[in-house]
Design a protein around this ligand. Structure first.
Ligand SMILES: Cc1cc2nc3c(=O)[nH]c(=O)nc-3n(C[C@H](O)[C@H](O)[C@H](O)COP(=O)(O)O)c2cc1C
Length: 193
């Protein structure tokens, strides 16, 4: 049984992104341990580029980012879900991503998330509204954390999980979410997790 962390990047607690991410975690319930964390419940300030974390391994900003650090260290796999904001991830999620610079190497430690697997979910209102770009944002982040990136796998093997408009009514979008989680489950089992 692997530990799967879902990070919801929407400032709306019960919006489409939260629904799609919970749908993803429910798909592996019983098979894996899951945890849901939302930026809506945690205040995370942007990185100030002070450089302290590279020297001390600690961020001097005292906010809720500590919850994300703990959860990211805990998990074997990470699913990041974001609403599409101007064709990109939300600024709330980007703040969390930037603060993860602390989990990259400094002089004394390696990439802390190296070898973990990750996948993305993008929720936009329009078709071609920027879901693929948002997924690229998420995938780039995962790669920069030295993680392995997964998409929705065979038979689709497109850009990952993408929702258009109301997530609860987007059956094809939810199928891409389900397919992404099946792919994640397949890889985790291959890793004996
Ligand atoms: C600031 C802002 C920018 C947005 N930009 C886009 C966009 O570029 N493309 C799109 O399809 N939808 C865009 N939307 C709509 C949201 O992505 C969409 O409503 C999404 O389902 C919201 O997720 P939520 O319910 O989890 O908040 C935008 C919404 C906001 C508030």
């Amino acid at each position: 049984m692997a530990r799967i962390l879902g990070i919801c990047g929407s400032p709306r607690r019960e919006g489409n992104t939260a629904f799609a991410l919970q749908y993803a975690l429910d798909a592996v319930k019983g098979t894996h341990e899951t945890r849901f964390l939302s930026v809506a419940d945690h205040a995370v300030m942007p990185c100030t580029a002070c450089g302290a974390c590279a020297k001390t391994g600690v961020c001097p900003q005292k906010d809720d980012m500590i919850t994300f650090y703990d959860a990211l260290r805990w998990c074997d796999a990470l699913v990041i879900a974001s609403p599409v904001f101007m064709g990109m991830v939300s600024s709330q999620l980007k703040a969390v991503m930037d603060r993860c610079v602390l989990l990259r190497p400094d002089y004394e430690k390696p990439y802390e998330l190296a070898g973990k697997v990750g996948a993305g979910i993008a929720c936009g209102w329009f078709r071609n509204g920027g879901q693929e770009g948002t997924l690229q944002n998420i995938h780039t982040f995962l790669l920069q954390m030295h993680m392995q990136v997964l998409n929705d796998g065979a038979p689709y093997c497109h850009s990952g999980a993408a929702i258009v408009a109301n997530a609860r009514e987007d059956s094809l979008g939810l199928e891409t979410v389900g397919a992404t989680m099946r792919n994640l489950d397949r890889v985790l089992k291959g890793m004996n997790r």
